[in-house]
Write a protein that binds this ligand. Sequence first.
Ligand code: ZN
Ligand code: ZN
Length: 411
Amino acid sequence: MTAHRILFIVLDGISDRPCPELGNRTPLQAALTPVLDRIARDGVCGIMDTIAPGIRPGSDTAHLSLLGYDPEKYYTGRGPLEAEGCGIRMEPGMIGFRCNYATLDDQGRVADRRAGRVHGTETLSNAIQEGVDLSSLGIEFFFRSGAGHRAALAFRGEGLGVAVTSNDPKKEGVPPLPFEPRDGDEADRKTAQALREFVRQAEGILRDHPFNASRREKGLLPANTVLIRGAGRMGHFESFSTKHGLSGKVISAAALIAGIGSAIGLTRVDVPGTTGSVNTDLAAKVRAAREALSTSDFVLVNIKGADEAGHDGDARAKMAFIEKIDLALAPLAGLPGTLIVVCADHSTPCSVKDHSADPVPLVISGEGARVDRVTAFDEVSCAEGGLHRIRGLSLMPILLDLVNRSPKFGA
Ligand code: ZN
Ligand code: ZN
């Protein structure tokens, strides 16, 4: 028997280094994970450099690589992918940015880079979309809210560059920085000018908006400015279905990953209650994944919380969240006709509080996949598996072969 569909589960930043507070085990080694261990026991395991040995991946570059898109060729910055993930239809050539709603004090200094962790900002973003006018610069713009305090901006127009500085001072108590072209290029100068004009007009709208008046009344910080960074030009992505011959869906609460999926033509499934954090509704995500599998050849699920615990350096919280993930995954193990793939996009060691280049554990399990002798899903056990050590770009070809969709090379 051969599986005909692929369930691809990326446990964001789940792998780690030995943690002294866990008896020099990784959170994945220390956690009780009967479901992941069963998947490992029933499949073929390995470790994977999602980009290449020694290269520290971002979540975006790692996911591109895992999906078969060489990040060296396709990656053009986080901004355009984040914008796509916030629901802006990014066409090749458009310029995208990541944004934060933030709070300025009466002296014009940044009082909070996240505007008191404001959420539900759609009404503000709609007011900005309707009220700001950049047509005198020949620019059409798109502005959308993301999760929480986040938002995204995109420009469409002639002669726009991407080498511009951010206005985000990355700390509080100082005024926002001026947008500047990084070098003397005319196109970069135009983008910087457009960003200055956008923020000037947006602040005028935000200052008197009822949403902020009501926040002030409640003693909450107003969202009275926008910090903008991560400029990038949207590239051209060959569609996933053309490239791999599979129809696909993406389930991710993180706008960046949903944006990557959407950019390559995966259908986005939004699940209410998922937050991209440790309080996310995992059961809802798992139900959505089962549902999506009934109508697709390929479903990508990204589960984000372990990465966050790694960035916080909290090994015990990471271990606890891994156990929560394991419990939630039970309904997905052993689905008939399905190749289940579980891996991370990168390691996020608690001792580093950031991504590292340590290879990630990987398992492929399902009808047709060989079964090796590995019986536990963790960084060390998987290193003894039948896949040995592979690169992220090799994963899709391996999966396509296992569902008999791989083209033959030669006679
Ligand atoms: Zn990640
Ligand atoms: Zn991370």
